[in-house]
Design a protein around this ligand. Structure first.
Ligand code: C2E
Ligand code: MG
Ligand code: MG
Ligand code: MG
Length: 291
């Protein structure tokens, strides 16, 4: 009987493995045609400036609505895109679409702030990444300061020499560079000091831990002090509660992102939000000039 049970679990394992293979193959096939079929879209999550209490910019986050597979999460399809190299064309599409959207909002007279785009390791190791970025900016009449590139800590640490070269090129161009998911990649701040960076995004797990334990709060406060000492701005990701926000503000964090403020929004909702921001700003100046 034991023998039979053993065979049963091997069969179940085979099944699961085969299903996983099949899923990956379908994801890969779907991704190959996703751009031309118009299945990709960007949502945008606001970045909140803690000091001024205003929206300071956006992060573009990729969404895929597949005809065959339905809506697929980036955490599932981005790794497939990276492994197959499809991330190069998809990433270029993201970059251009985010720049196009920022241009459009500006043409409508909206106070957009900056746009941040996530770059995968594969993308920024391409030799001509700076050229690709500068073309997307030029084609949309944007300045390098309008764009921020987010690169995860683990992508940087994978190949530090290559990262240093790519980052130096991008920095020379004038775009801002943020290290994403900081705290998950086992790098030290001393290491990062050698790289040309502008901003550090504290990973959501640390923000969550902040209100769970005293240690958690102390770790975040220390990261902020050290990052500021290196001349980096600090953004907290995944802020979900008022309590987290208050602690971050007291610790001197510069910006915050998270469901407490806004989830990633589709473009029409972003436009509504920008219009509301604009009205508020105009009311502010109107009442200031009345008094
Ligand atoms: P990320 O760049 O660290 O983005 C933050 C993720 O956290 C997003 O997930 C966002 O929707 C989610 N998030 C934001 N605020 C909260 C919060 O308060 N609570 C919780 N629980 N989650 C929050 P999303 O959109 O599913 O993206 C996941 C990851 O996929 C991104 O992590 C990024 O690494 C990658 N990704 C997304 N779009 C792109 C892209 O265009 N290119 C590349 N290379 N990677 C992308
Ligand atoms: Mg990001
Ligand atoms: Mg992140
Ligand atoms: Mg992440």
């Amino acid at each position: 009987q034991a023998k039979q049970a053993g065979r049963g679990s091997v069969a179940a394992f085979d099944d699961a493995l085969e299903q996983a293979f099949r899923r990956t193959a379908r994801l890969e096939a779907g991704l190959r045609v996703a751009i031309e079929r118009g299945e990709l879209a960007l949502h945008y999550q606001p970045k909140w400036d803690i000091g001024t209490g205003r929206l300071s910019g956006w992060e573009a986050l990729l969404r895929w609505q597949s005809a065959e597979l339905g809506s697929v999460r980036p955490d599932e399809f981005i790794p497939v895109a990276e492994r197959t190299g499809l991330i190069l064309s998809i990433g270029d599409w993201v970059l251009r679409e985010a720049c196009r959207q920022l241009r459009q909002w500006r043409d409508e007279g909206l106070p957009t702030g900056t746009m941040a785009v996530n770059l995968s390791a594969r993308q920024f190791r391409q030799r001509d990444v700076a050229e690709e970025v500068s073309r997307a900016l030029r084609d949309n009449g944007l300045k390098p300061q309008d764009l921020e590139l987010e690169i995860t800590e683990s992508a940087l640490m994978d190949d530090l020499p290559a990262a240093a070269v790519a980052l130096t090129d991008l920095q020379r161009l004038g775009v801002r560079i943020a290290i994403d998911d900081f705290g998950t990649g086992y790098s030290s701040l001393a290491y990062l000091k050698k790289l040309p960076l502008n901003c550090l995004k504290i990973d959501r797990t640390f923000v969550t831990d902040m209100t769970a334990s005293e240690d958690g709060a102390a770790i975040v406060a220390t990261i902020i002090v050290l990052a500021h000492g290196m001349g980096l701005k600090v953004v907290a990701e995944g802020v979900e509660t008022q309590e987290q926000f208050v602690q971050l503000r007291e610790a001197g964090c510069d910006q915050a992102q998270g469901y407490l403020f806004f989830k990633p929004l589709a473009a029409p909702e972003c436009r509504d939000l920008l219009r509301a921001c604009k009205r508020l700003a105009e009311q502010g100046t109107a009442s200031a000039s009345q008094s």
